[in-house]
Design a protein around this ligand. Structure first.
Ligand code: NAD
Length: 273
């Protein structure tokens, strides 16, 4: 059955792939992103292939904007059946240069734990957790009292064990997994399922600068990630689609709610020995 699927961060690498896949399955997709040009390109591609997509400029941190976009989607496509909270990512604004404390960090000019700007921490933390909360508050009003509705969040390996350098992103993704469970319990009797996926490592816009240097060579961090991923490679966005399809399927996943599924080439299973 054709559903209305609202996807935030739909201009990004992972969520544009979800959008194309879900449109191919016959769903109507509303593509929301702060980067309007990016979602316009994806919507054009989907529509040219015979699907139904509409692009909306939307900052997931501005509730009044989300509410306006919600009204437009109601008029254009109808009520939201499925919400995918995909907008998120890290930023150099809250990334330490050193992986561990080094002598002199307290007086250093570079970005260390001691001088991480509060605004940088807020920016990354808010994007990843309030960017899930606010669209859920707005679009879940469509789901109440209707059958077959669900929410899918995107957590991360950071939710299990934080990665070095990115404290706000790590903390926020732990909060995303926690909030997924909270929301699932809150809406369980209403029949709205809420789940998450926790991708391992995929090369996308938000992490490219940590994974490759300016010449495109893998950084030392990339070497560590691949050694810690038993499959020894990055994932491809299409390798998330099976879990996405299953979690969104109201029949196949009818009793599944409150879970976060790792899709990580074995990263979370590996002790490092
Ligand atoms: P991406 O950078 O390609 O996509 C993120 C998208 O979010 C971009 O299109 C960006 O414009 C949009 N966005 C940023 N701020 C926004 C805002 N305020 N309002 C609306 N849209 C905004 O990165 P991606 O890897 O495809 O990220 C998708 C999700 O997957 C994110 O939540 C990310 O944290 C998560 N994730 C990614 C990985 C990975 O390895 N790439 C791993 C685990 C989790």
């Amino acid at each position: 059955m054709s559903k209305v699927v609202v996807i935030t961060g739909a201009g990004g690498v992972l969520c544009s792939s979800f959008a194309e896949f879900l449109a191919e399955k016959g769903h109507k997709v509303a593509l929301l992103d702060i980067n309007e040009a990016a979602v316009n390109v994806i919507a054009d591609k989907i529509n040219a292939a015979g699907g139904c997509a509409k692009a909306y400029a939307c900052n997931v941190l501005k509730k009044e904007i989300i509410e306006q976009v919600h009204q437009q989607i109601l008029a254009d496509l109808g009520k939201c059946d499925i919400l995918i909270n995909g907008a998120g990512g890290n930023s150099p604004k809250c990334t330490t240069v050193h992986e561990e404390y080094e002598k002199g960090d307290e007086d250093a000019e570079i970005s260390t734990f001691f001088n991480l700007p509060t605004e940088g921490f807020d920016f990354v933390f808010d994007l990843n957790i309030k960017g899930v909360l606010l669209p859920s508050q707005v679009f879940m009003t469509d789901m109440v009292g209707r059958k077959g509705c669900c929410v899918l969040n995107i957590s991360s390996m950071n939710a299990y064990r934080p990665l070095t350098k990115i404290p706000a992103y790590s903390a926020a993704k732990a909060a995303v997994s926690n909030f997924t469970s909270w929301l699932a319990v809150h809406f369980a009797k209403e029949g709205i399922r809420v789940n998450a996926i926790a991708p391992g490592f995929f090369v996308t816009n938000q992490n490219r600068s940590l994974l490759f240097d300016t010449e495109g060579n893998p950084t030392a961090r990339t070497g560590k990630i691949l050694r810690a991923t038993p499959m020894g490679r990055f994932g491809e966005a299409t390798e998330l689609l099976g879990a996405v399809e299953w979690l969104l399927d109201e029949e196949k996943a009818s009793f599944v709610t409150g879970v976060t599924i790792p899709i990580d080439g074995g990263f979370s299973a590996y002790s490092g020995v």
